[in-house]
Design a protein around this ligand. Structure first.
Ligand code: THU
Length: 134
């Protein structure tokens, strides 16, 4: 698949932090990098917990980093994993991504097989739940 230079850079930023993933229970390491409309890149990894349900996905870690860093809009989001298949964001992450984006490009990559998928959020999450901003 041909990716733009910008998208390749985003993916490589996600791959760079994949080693920081904390996933001792599933052993599935996931990292994410967000390109915000200010042109900045924010990264996150999955953070698991002994109390399994408290696990934070890589995409939501990256969204937290973006908001903490002053970013507001997601232009594109890259996901990297060592799992044999590229991962699509889980339902919770789709909803959180939708809060801060119009229709971002999602690029997902498996480091173990080299497979890449690229989709728009609307392809996998049409008609998100949104409240009117007050
Ligand atoms: N995971 C993510 O980081 N992002 C997703 O969108 C799906 C799942 C993580 C959570 C958990 O640490 C591991 O993948 C296996 O579910």
């Amino acid at each position: 698949m041909e990716l733009s230079e910008e998208t390749n850079k985003l993916l490589s930023e996600a791959v760079k932090v994949l080693k920081n993933s904390y996933a001792p229970y599933s052993n599935i390491h996931v990292a994410s990098a967000i390109l915000s409309d200010g042109g900045r890149i924010y990264v996150g990894v999955n953070v698991e917990n002994s109390s399994y349900g408290l696990t934070i996905c890589a995409e939501r870690s990256a969204v937290s980093a973006m908001i903490s860093g002053g970013g507001r809009n997601i232009v594109a989001i890259a996901i990297a994993t060592d799992y044999p298949e590229p991962l699509m964001p889980c339902g919770a992450c789709r909803q959180v991504i939708a809060e801060f984006s119009e229709n971002p490009l999602i690029v997902s990559y498996s480091t173990s097989t080299g497979k890449i998928y690229a989709v728009r959020l609307s392809d996998i999450f049409p008609r998100p739940f949104k409240l009117m901003k007050q």
